[in-house]
Design a protein around this ligand. Structure first.
Ligand code: SF4
Ligand code: FES
Length: 297
């Protein structure tokens, strides 16, 4: 409101002047300049007010805390932090502020801060999310931050990823072929259609969010899990690997704790931060496995 009062005064002064004597072209130009300057001043004041309001509002974080190595911190609890909100703030930004300002022992993983490394998957307001990709402005407060469920907690928000990595390794997540070119190694070309088919599956950043959301994985520790099966899909569907290797891959995913354990609950697909259609890929591998086992006499 205060920004509007000076404008009204200026405008009325100009109008009175104009009424008293006809304005020359120079007067009009000067009046126009004054009007524009006043507009700019108002806009600047409004922006500063908005920034000040944003800086003054705070985010309430409730963060899971646990440290098995420190006496007095072995009992899991939630600590509350109030962090000044800034436009564009992510959950990771808020956690970093809390750590750097209030408690340097607050522990969580992060690296790239742009949804590429997969290291900061957490349980935010009841869902698996990448902290660096999740905007505070889109969350209800208080924002509750917990470690990924279904994994052993090492400290605070850090979970043991060993089992997840073992499952990923078990599907042999690297390119193989039984037809190496004669002589010099050369580029292995893939046609555009085949590239399109596997494109989404190549986006996995090994964050573990899908595995953590999966009820089947929670009840069956040996289940390969959506990420590993997606990784198997990425190679089994790559035409450059050849039929023999595909056969071997189908045997891996068809094992007792493989694709047939999936109950198509879609939770993995819902939480994947890279939008990989995991359930669809698992279903397609089931169909491939059936086709592979069909025999005609
Ligand atoms: S499939 Fe998606 S949710 Fe699962 S590990 Fe990869 S990126 Fe994360
Ligand atoms: S910090 Fe790398 S994915 Fe979030």
């Amino acid at each position: 409101m205060s920004t509007q009062i000076p404008k009204q005064t200026e405008e009325s002064t100009e109008t009175e002047t104009e009424a008293a004597e006809p304005a020359s072209k120079g007067d009009e130009r000067r009046a126009e300049k004054r009007r524009r300057a006043a507009e700019r001043r108002e806009q600047r004041q409004a922006e500063e007010a908005e920034k000040a309001a944003a800086d003054e509002s705070t985010v309430e974080l409730k963060v899971f805390r646990y440290d098995p190595q420190v006496e007095g911190k072995q009992e899991p609890r939630f600590d509350t932090f109030h962090v000044p909100f800034t436009k564009g703030m992510t959950v990771l930004d808020a956690l970093m502020y809390a750590r750097d300002t209030y408690d340097s022992s607050l522990t969580f993983r992060h690296s790239c801060r742009q949804a590429v490394c997969g290291s900061d998957a957490m349980f935010v307001n009841g869902g698996q999310k990448l902290a660096c990709k999740t905007q505070i402005s889109e969350l209800e407060q208080p924002v509750r931050v917990e470690p990924l469920p279904h994994a052993e907690v090492r400290k605070d928000l850090v979970v043991d990823m060993e089992h997840f990595y073992d499952q990923m390794e078990s599907v042999e997540p690297y390119f193989q072929t039984n037809e190496y070119p004669d002589g010099e190694l050369e580029e292995q070309r893939q046609d555009r259609e085949n590239r399109e088919k596997i494109k989404m599956s190549t986006r996995c950043i090994w964050c573990g969010a899908c595995m953590s959301s999966c009820n089947v994985a929670a009840g069956d520790n040996e289940y390969l899990g959506p990420a590993a099966i997606n990784k198997a899909y990425r190679f089994a569907m790559d035409e450059r690997e050849g039929e023999e290797i595909k056969q071997k891959r189908l045997e891996i995913i068809e094992q007792e704790h493989g694709v047939w354990r999936c109950q198509t609950q879609f939770s993995c697909t819902e939480v994947c931060p890279k939008d990989i259609p995991l359930t669809e890929h698992i279903q397609e591998l089931k169909r491939e496995a059936v086709k592979n086992n069909l025999k005609f006499w």
